[in-house]
Design a protein around this ligand. Structure first.
Ligand SMILES: [Zn+2]
Length: 267
């Protein structure tokens, strides 16, 4: 049975209390809580051995992105040419503003879209932990070099409506696991943008123009730093390119991108 995502998930406050209690509690508390909330697959709610895991069927459905992939875009190559640091024709024809991007999985495949949707709209913040854990693994190379993690911000109007920024929730988990600092105030969204769906590449870039800014108070935090931008999804790259451009203009030494899922087909 699927646990339908909804804006008002009746289990959400209980799950949050559970996550909080688990963080504080010992083994006994964990065991007691497992009785109340037996571990369930993050996607289909089938019983699994541990919290924050997927059942074998859902696991197989995820299109994990593994090497070999394009050094810049992180898009998988169909076969291994045995050349390290190879770039895809797409990266050469249309180089992104950011230096490199890495993603855990393909957005198009199986339960990934569902996981992202629930994290974003379903008030299921506890999903940030397992998704962030996978991101820390997929982005290990970028994170090792990073000075600062910056979540892609929402406009304050959207934040008020949605109540939390999923990119920031993921950045906090990745920061904890990588030992790097996450700064949710290094970048702000100064312009509310319309949804990118149905827009062409050029229209998307125009839509994102002037969307972000580095606030005066954050310039010292960004100057000369190697930044990793964190978001849930990379689609056309227009949002992350716009964010990277602003950070580079503010003096960041280097901007990489780490997302949970990315669109791999032609965008
Ligand atoms: Zn499942």
């Amino acid at each position: 049975m699927t646990h339908a995502p909804s804006a008002i998930d009746p289990a959400a406050p209980l799950l949050r209390a559970w996550a909080h209690a688990r963080q504080r509690g010992g083994a006994l508390a964990n065991a007691a809580l497992d009785v109340i909330f037996p571990p369930a697959c993050l996607v289909c709610r089938m019983a699994v051995a541990a919290h924050g895991a997927l059942c074998p069927a859902c696991w197989r459905g995820i299109g994990f992105i593994e090497k070999p992939y394009c050094e810049r875009l992180g898009t998988p190559f169909p076969y291994d040419l045995g050349v390290p640091g190879l770039q895809s024709p797409e990266a050469i024809a249309n180089p992104p503003v950011y230096h490199r991007a890495r993603a855990v999985a393909r957005f198009e495949d199986g339960p990934v879209r569902d996981l992202i949707h629930r994290l974003k709209y379903g008030d299921r913040m506890e999903l940030a932990k397992p998704l962030g854990r996978w991101m820390a693994r997929a982005g290990a190379e970028l994170l090792a070099e990073a000075d600062l993690l910056v979540p892609v911000p929402l406009h304050r109007r959207r934040l008020a409506w949605r109540r939390f920024n999923q990119a920031n929730a993921l950045a906090q988990v990745v920061a904890q696991l990588s030992g790097k600092k996450a700064d949710p105030f290094a970048l702000v969204r100064v312009k509310p943008t319309r949804p990118q769906v149905g827009l062409s590449r050029t229209q998307r870039a125009e839509n994102m123009q002037g969307a972000f800014a580095v606030p005066e108070a954050a310039t010292a935090a960004v100057l000369g730093r190697k930044v990793v931008l964190i978001d849930d999804v990379l689609t056309s790259g227009a949002t992350l390119n716009a964010a990277a451009r602003v950070l580079l203009r503010a003096g960041a030494a280097h901007v990489d991108v780490l997302v949970f899922a990315r669109v791999v087909g032609a965008a």
